[in-house]
Design a protein around this ligand. Sequence first.
Ligand code: NAD
Length: 524
Amino acid sequence: MESGTVETRTESGEATNGARAVSAEKLDVRNPATGETIATIPIASPTAVAEIVTRVRANQPEWEAIGIEGRYHWLGKLRDWLLDNRDRVLDTMQLETGKVRADASNEPAYLADLINFYGTKAAEFIGEQSVRAHSALLASKKLRIQYRPHPVVGIISPWNFPLILALGDAIPALQAGAAVVIKPSEFTPLGLAEVVKAWKEEIGAPDVLDCVQGIGETGSALIDAVDFVQFTGSDRTGRKVMARAAETLTPVSLELGGKDPMIVLSDADLDRAANAAAWGGMMNSGQICMSVERIYVEEPAYDHFVAKLTAEVGKLRQGPDDARDPKDVGAMTSPNQTAIVEDHVEDAIANGARALAGGKRVEGPGDYFEPTVLVDVDHSMKVMREETFGPVVGVMKVRDSEEALRLANDSRYGLSGSVFGERERAERVARRVECGAVNVNDVLVNYLASDVPMGGWKESGIGFRHGEPGIKKYCRSESLVITRFAGKREPTWYPYTRSRRKLVDRLMPLFNARDWRRRLGLHR
Ligand code: NAD
């Protein structure tokens, strides 16, 4: 959506991406598990967005000044609030996403862990650094690097994990000393708004965290107002975000789509591999950027693996989830996404694929797509090339690990992947998968290893979250070169006399040559 217009709405008020803009000022939020409207929220105007950014910008210097420990103090209070109010937040999030409880409950747990991780690691990652000069010519200088935050970080987030993908990026930014304004997805604005309100009103923390509600143009207005943009969403929108940010030379970090491959070697534990594929492909209804979407199985293991995977997926319970009647697979959160999933599956079946489980949209109230296992697929099909982002996996038989790697790497995406097999062999194969993170004998788990960076290669993104880069990206490095002792002038300064130039000419090889003849000027 371009700035200044609300183009995605049709005459009936239905936005083309499935969210419902009731008017230019309001959005309806739906429960995808039932189709019911659960809230109507105001859309922030570009002026309102700019005003909010100005307000938190004014409070940022004080936030930066309280230091790493002072900021961890407040983030620690947020952690405690999330743990104490877990059920309240999960109730809201479940309503707006249609997730099953088990999938929703990962969010507060992840955030609490991330607060502790960055709170205890920030000093190591962004504390002032003392550097030893590489050359004796700089012996009189003290070298330091200090990391100063971008004053206001704007976070634009998607609908599949409304808290993790908004607060999960806000936590390191806040810990770094930035103020943060978040534009959550128009499909899932409620859970995040509840947490932000609690930060201000219940926790009473400094006024350096806020959110703005709205659609694409709200995101554009945020890009115009902030100093750094953290975007998570589709690669299509990512390109627009980068172009918009280029107008103000605002740095961006982009976490985009994926088409994650899983390689199953013949010596894998096939029970574990099949169970992992079922969970990694269907968890959160497959609406995870790192979902298992493509599976390549070495020939000797193929039949057993497919039988086990089909049996596991066939057992999954789907539908509206509640404590008395728990389910495994929830609803599709965005109606637009269900249409994409349906299109990919229909395209595959029309071109010769077979669905061994699932294969179609579920009729009735709510928005569901059956957990689906496709075989006889190939790389001419959308389901093996484009991001499906639904509960669908395509499985291919391959001759050997070389063919598996060739196919796994035959993608414009490179977010993450997994390899199952005897540990050493699987590790060797994993090192050759072209993506930002690979799990060996597990799936999705790299997201919990906040110690190591997570980010996309190729069209899956620019930049990283987690680890040292995940907090350093919110900072600008400021190098301090401090003169400890000195005379009235340096040999390189004015005046350029013959004797000073001669001295510099002698010193130059003395410090730069790596053999004594040159150092002493004897090589000619
Ligand atoms: P999306 O790109 O449609 O929207 C993401 C956000 O961008 C929303 O808040 C939306 O309102 C906003 N937006 C839309 N147009 C904009 C514009 N012109 N300027 C600024 N903001 C704009 O993505 P989605 O459908 O919400 O999420 C699904 C996508 O997110 C999938 O492609 C998925 O792979 C990706 N994703 C990536 C990661 C990751 O870490 N790499 C994680 C989760 C989801």
